[in-house]
Design a protein around this ligand. Sequence first.
Ligand SMILES: [Ca+2]
Length: 94
Amino acid sequence: MKNATLVAAMLAVTLTATASPALAKKRPIVAATVKTIQKVDTDNSRTISASEFSAAGGADTTFAKIDANANGQIGFFELLMAYVYKALAARAGN
Ligand SMILES: [Ca+2]
């Protein structure tokens, strides 16, 4: 419970931070995650639903890959990990 509270607090801080140039320079993957959620999360639930993902032009198969716990929502950390994997794949030349 304590960890869940801490994670929720960290998430709130992260999502209320704007994807500022300073954040983009220091933590580009975090900045990209914040920017994407702010753009795609049209109901401001702080997660991305399948319909929001689709409305933003995302494919259902991509949504399913990112939604790691298959709860029908893409949370901050699921999207963050997707960006991390994408960066690692790019670095590996894949
Ligand atoms: Ca999820």
